[in-house]
Design a protein around this ligand. Structure first.
Ligand code: PGA
Length: 256
């Protein structure tokens, strides 16, 4: 049985400690004691400690939006994984579409970082998704399959089961509405089938696949009872504690 999980990356939307701590405290107050679902937040690096202190005595976990491929050395501007481990990060996001396009994060780099996460026992949230161009060329599924196989190469079978795959169609990020339910369900089923074919039934049954891309409280209601959708990855619409709570509530309760 896979546990539901809802989390949010703040990307670079939060630009002051004041804003970050107000939001974290609001979230802690509203959903900090929930035990029916896993919850996580990924702030910018300098905000991690602030989030950590606001989430003390809650069930909420936190992590980072990126990490260096190198463990240490002369890599100006990079952040080593050991510091993230010492800060108590449970998760690290890898391969978000914005990082793939703007910062040239390749499948190979995503794979190196995924292997590093295994060494430090930090769960990677690996973003995969097809672009409009992939759809135009009718290679949407090929793109997803390629990203999965690259990302998980050399990762142990045990660790693969812990990994979170975040399906984020590139064309649905930063839009008014998420992709539609039928499309998301079909694609999640494809992703699980792909994991089953390549890594076997046990991994496919345990790996969590979450949806991201303009997730709102409405998306959360729509996707609540879908078999292959284990969670949501929230962006802009989770930047208010009240809204985030609604997303959690709607996803847990769904059509019930
Ligand atoms: P968005 O971001 O909800 O603001 O579209 C989603 C994401 O990129 O994870």
């Amino acid at each position: 049985m896979r546990r539901k999980i809802v989390g949010s990356s703040w990307k670079m939307h939060i630009t002051s400690f004041d804003e970050g701590s107000t939001l974290s405290r609001g979230i802690a107050k509203r959903v900090g004691q929930r035990k029916d679902i896993d919850i996580f937040f990924l702030p910018s690096f300098p905000l991690i400690q602030c989030v950590e202190s606001c989430f003390t005595d809650t069930t909420i976990k936190y992590g980072a939006q990126n990490v260096s491929v190198a463990e240490k050395g002369a890599y100006t501007g990079e952040v080593p994984i050991n510091l993230l481990k010492e800060l108590g990060c449970t998760y690290i996001e890898l391969g978000h579409a914005e990082r793939r396009t703007t910062y040239n994060e390749t499948n190979e780099v995503v794979n190196q970082k995924a292997r590093l996460c295994e060494r430090y026992d930090i769960v990677p949230i690996i973003c995969i998704g097809e672009s409009t161009q992939d759809l135009d060329y009718k290679i949407g599924h090929t793109q997803l399959r390629t990203q999965i196989i690259w990302a998980l190469d050399g990762v142990s079978d045990e660790f693969k089961k812990k990994v979170i795959l975040a399906y984020e169609p590139v064309w649905a990020i930063g839009k008014e509405k998420s992709a539609d339910k039928a499309y998301i369900e079909k694609t999640h089923a494809f992703i699980r089938q792909c994991v089953r074919e390549v890594y076997g039934v046990a991994t496919a049954n345990q790996i969590r696949i979450i949806y991201g891309g303009s997730v709102s409280p409405q998306t959360a209601s729509e996707l609540a009872n879908s078999e292959d959708i284990d969670g949501l990855f929230v962006g802009r619409f989770g930047l208010q504690a009240e809204n985030f709570e609604k997303i959690i509530d709607n996803f847990v309760k769904g059509g019930k």
